[in-house]
Design a protein around this ligand. Structure first.
Ligand SMILES: Nc1ncnc2c1ncn2[C@@H]1O[C@H](COP(=O)(O)OP(=O)(O)OP(=O)(O)O)[C@@H](O)[C@H]1O
Ligand SMILES: [Mg+2]
Length: 470
């Protein structure tokens, strides 16, 4: 059934309410009826017992005198009262036009009373409606010498109970209406934010990444909305970064292309061999620049799927750091930057993908060199921290503003949007660092002070300290 949540909630409330009202109605009416019947029965039984005692006390009197005595006790007889002998034959009847006198009563209650037990029963009679029969024995010296049989209408009780039932039913119907309206209002207010989230995600899927959903409550739905908004913000930022990355990339490719075109065009009229060779040299330089850009693009493509093809092994981490530091030395030398590595003697092992971890360290060293002034110092320190190895890379470069730190590891994010040719990066280096660290159940921290320097610290669990994934 394709019912909306609103109708599911409404139907559930209505069903629950109906069930409660049916049970309430049943319990209230049955207990009321039982109570009324018990009171009625007690009254009738008391009357029958009094009459029974009167008769057994006055057995020496004739029937007429006995009936006079009964009348004097009960001047207004409620219902019918019959006195039978020990065979159940009717001797006296409170009905003046009785046709039962002299006939034998065969009612179950009379038979019971003849055996010495008071008994009663409730019946529906076609002509008289609901009636209650009660019979008690008339005793003399412990012997049953007759019975008193009373019959009284309990229609009033049945009617009162049925009135109560109708009243509860009517109230239930009215309240069911309220419950339905109330549950529609409740479910509407509950589902409104979900509807807004659905609309929001629809807009997002259509590319409107600036969509945000207002947070109206501080419950689970509020938290969900908040997460949705942060996700939207992240996507929007990624998209902005991607666009600026593409703009830079096209610029990086277009500028050398324009130079190559201009150089090639001017070559046509050129006769001097030296100028010819010089122009060709320039063309090769421009092609090299394009080559670098394209290589970075390919590299990005390769690392975008960082989690695929993971090849984890146990190895001594300090060896890898040492190797990587050495491989970056020529780049550092160009700016006369010295790289100091401390902790190379540590023999602690890491279970990880050597190539990906090398890439991670390379990216951090590359940044440390790239964003440092000439003649600077880069300090690389490997420390053993109980269950983890910490690798910190510290530079004395220009630092990063605190407000930029939360976005630093986003793809295509660069602090310095107006890139200088010499530092021009693509903004994926740190995104790769974070991905690789997470792939090894590790994390990256950063501390930075403007014009003082930056420290990146990679924290990786040692070999055997986490579940090995192959
Ligand atoms: N050590 C650092 N000192 C100062 N700024 C830094 C440092 N490391 C990173 N940054 C800033 O963080 C930004 C993102 O760094 P990231 O390595 O992701 O990209 P990139 O270096 O610009 O390009 P790529 O590494 O992809 O060539 C950089 O553009 C730079 O502004
Ligand atoms: Mg970088």
């Amino acid at each position: 059934m394709n019912l909306s949540i609103k109708w599911k909630i409404t139907i559930a409330y209505a069903l629950l309410f109906t069930a409660v009202m049916i049970v309430t109605n049943f319990l209230v009416t049955t207990t009321t009826e039982k109570k009324f019947f018990e009171t009625h029965k007690a009254g009738q039984l008391e009357k029958a017992n009094i009459v029974s005692t009167l008769i057994s006390d006055n057995l020496d009197k004739n029937l007429y005198e006995i009936s006079e005595i009964i009348d004097s006790y009960f001047p207004r007889m409620d219902g019918r009262l019959i006195y039978t002998d020990a065979n159940g034959t009717v001797l006296l009847d409170s009905f003046t036009e009785s046709q039962l006198l002299g006939s034998q009563l065969t009612h179950r209650e009379v038979s019971g009373a003849l055996q010495g037990n008071s008994s009663s029963g409730t019946y529906y009679l076609q002509d008289n409606g609901w009636v209650k029969y009660i019979a008690v024995p008339v005793l003399r010296d412990g012997q049953v010498i007759g019975t008193i049989f009373t019959s009284s209408s309990v229609d009033d009780i049945k009617k009162a109970v049925s009135d109560v039932r109708i009243m509860i039913f009517t109230i239930s119907i009215i309240f069911a209406g309220f419950v339905i309206v109330f549950s529609i209002i409740i479910s509407n207010s509950l589902l409104e934010p979900i509807k807004q989230l659905t609309d929001g995600s629809k807009k997002m899927s259509m590319g409107l990444l600036d969509t945000r959903v207002p947070i109206k409550s501080h419950d689970e739905i509020g938290a969900l909305t908040q997460n949705f908004n942060s996700m939207a913000e992240q996507l929007e930022k990624n998209d902005e970064n991607r666009l600026s990355f593409l703009a830079d990339l096209s610029h990086d490719l277009k500028t050398p292309l324009a130079s190559i075109k201009a150089l090639a065009e001017s070559l046509g009229d050129e006769e001097s061999k030296e100028t010819y060779q010089e122009f060709l040299g320039d063309i090769v330089t421009e092609i090299d620049r394009m080559n670098i850009t394209v290589s970075r693009l390919l590299e990005f493509n390769k690392v975008s799927n960082i989690s695929t093809k993971v090849n984890k092994k146990d190895f001594i981490f300090a060896f890898l750091v040492n190797e990587t530091v050495n491989s970056m030395q020529p780049l550092a030398d160009k700016k006369n930057i010295s790289i100091n590595f401390k902790g190379g003697q540590l023999k602690e092992k890491i279970f990880g993908d050597r190539e990906k971890l090398r890439q991670m360290i390379l990216n951090l060293l590359d940044n440390a060199i790239k964003y440092s002034e000439e003649n600077g110092v880069v300090e690389v320190r490997l420390t053993d921290k109980r269950r983890e190895l910490h690798l910190s890379i510290k530079d004395c470069g220009k630092g990063i503003p605190t407000k930029e730190l939360p976005y630093l590891f986003d793809r295509f994010y660069r602090v310095d949007k107006a890139r200088h040719k010499e530092t021009g990066g693509t903004g994926i280096g740190l995104a790769i660092v974070k991905d690789v660290a997470q792939l090894h159940e590790g994390r990256v921290d950063v501390e930075s002070r403007l014009e003082t320097g930056t420290i990146f610290t990679i924290k990786l669990p040692k070999q055997g300290t986490w579940f090995k994934t192959l």
